[in-house]
Design a protein around this ligand. Structure first.
Ligand code: AMP
Ligand code: GLY
Length: 423
């Protein structure tokens, strides 16, 4: 088959790396892709939200399957766009339809879904500018810290956690009245703070059946010891050592099953990945968020551990035969460390040459914000490259990632030296 991946990050390079290993994948395109995907597939320069350009490409290259990496095209309804077009409706799209993508596109929608289906999550209320006073009153009933979430997509920046009541009230006003996050904060979810350790669970569903992929833990803050600004993710570990068999059982029974059943009950068509952000409170899982795609850099540790043919899995999703697949997982641990441009997640420079790639041994370098320019691999984004390793333990894997990073260089390269530190 001919397959198109939409996206340009480390996640999409990992998808490409995995898909080209399948004998079922005859030709792979990545749009827009990066220097890593350019090596193993054909990059096409287009925007992932330009549906008309995607249609032209799909028809011209006779693409059979589209794998959607990031959330934006899903929330904008790319799957519905394909289904509603007689020239495109035969093409398999991996990613949910627009209505279900609201699980990520609207925090309020996700909270209502969680409560409707009795899935454990933090208590909350949501507010808009007309109910600001009620928002203040609700904040007064909570104990600190206070959690405020912009309802819409805000590039991972829309969640504020504040220690002081006055500060929380001021931020609530700034989000609702002064549009701190633009249209994304027209509504704000205010919720109870949950104290615990986070992990993520990845589920594949065809709308009827589901399969669970390995857990992973991401490191979101820029600074060591989990300090400083939030980023897209600075590293990841899979499996998560504290996710014991009995805890995983609880996740499946209390979260995964009711989520998939809830989608069906609500008539929300879903063919793709569900990324469930969880927090372990005491010995129980609670849902922090849903994403309707794979995580980045979680993909860089989850997919390398998957032994199955990924094209077969995607075909099973498209044909609603996911129950026929037996997921096989590599027992080894995988870790990844993200190399970022100095300054990220604030302003940073681009176009820095990355050297040392040919000296790497026994690691998988997944390119993210990197492109080929004049025959050289140069930086093009904040998160530049994820260095993934395997080990019998995560400690062994992480050591390999760090040893190899020593061989890499670009001007102002930065990475966290403590991935896995808290496990
Ligand atoms: P979200 O975008 O909803 O995943 O939130 C971003 C981050 O904020 C999460 O990864 C958590 O670290 C934190 N967070 C979100 N909601 C809560 C909560 N109710 N209690 C504690 N931390 C939270
Ligand atoms: N690493 C977090 C995310 O992909 O949303």
């Amino acid at each position: 088959m001919t397959i198109l991946i939409l996206g340009s990050g480390g996640r999409e390079h990992t998808f490409a790396w995995k898909l080209v290993q399948s004998p079922l994948c005859q030709k792979l395109f990545v749009a827009p892709g990066n220097s890593g995907t350019a090596d193993i597939a054909e990059n096409i320069d287009l925007s992932v939200t330009d549906f008309d350009a995607i249609k032209t490409l799909v028809l011209e290259k006779q693409i059979d399957m589209v794998v959607v990496g990031p959330e934006d095209p899903l929330v904008l309804g790319i799957h519905d766009f394909f289904l509603n077009d007689s020239d495109l409706k035969h093409v398999a799209v991996i990613g949910p339809q627009k209505a279900a993508a609201q699980l990520e596109g609207s925090k309020e929608f996700a909270k209502e879904f969680l409560f409707r289906h009795n899935i454990p999550t933090a208590a909350y209320q949501s507010f808009d500018a007309s109910s600001l006073e009620a928002g203040y009153n609700f904040l007064e009933t909570l104990s600190p810290p206070y959690v405020l979430k912009a309802d819409g997509l805000a590039a991972g920046k829309g969640v504020l956690i504040l220690n002081e009541l006055d500060e929380a009230k001021a931020e609530l006003k700034s989000m609702l009245v002064d549009a701190k996050f633009g249209a994304a904060s027209t509504k704000v979810v205010v919720e109870e703070f949950l104290d615990g350790i986070e992990l993520s669970c990845f589920v594949l569903t065809d709308g009827k059946h589901y399969q669970i992929l390995p857990t992973a833990k991401d490191y979101k803050r820029i600074g060591e010891g989990d300090t400083g600004l939030n980023t897209g993710g600075m590293g990841a570990v899979s499996p998560v050592p504290f996710a014991t068999e009995s805890f995983l059982q609880k996740i499946e029974e209390r979260v995964v099953k009711p989520t998939v059943a809830g989608l069906q009950k609500d008539g929300l068509d879903y063919k793709g990945f569900i990324f469930i952000g969880l927090i372990k409170v005491g010995d129980n899982p609670k849902v922090i968020e849903y994403n309707v795609r794979m995580g980045d850099p979680e993909t860089e540790v989850v997919l390398p551990r998957l032994k199955n043919d990924l094209v077969e899995i995607f075909q099973a999703i498209a044909n609603q035969k996911l129950d026929k697949i037996k997921i096989e997982i590599d027992e080894r641990a995988a870790t990844t460390v993200m190399l970022v441009s100095g300054g990220y997640p604030e302003a940073y420079e681009k176009g820095k040459e990355i050297t040392g790639l040919l000296n790497l041994t026994d690691v998988l370098p997944f390119h993210a914000g990197a492109i080929i320019n004049d025959g050289k691999v140069v930086t093009s984004g904040g998160r530049v490259m994820a260095i993934t390793s395997f080990g019998d333990t995560y400690q062994e894997a992480i050591k390999k990632s760090y040893q190899n990073i020593e061989k890499l260089h670009f001007d102002k390269m930065y990475y966290r030296k403590d991935i896995g530190f808290d496990l």
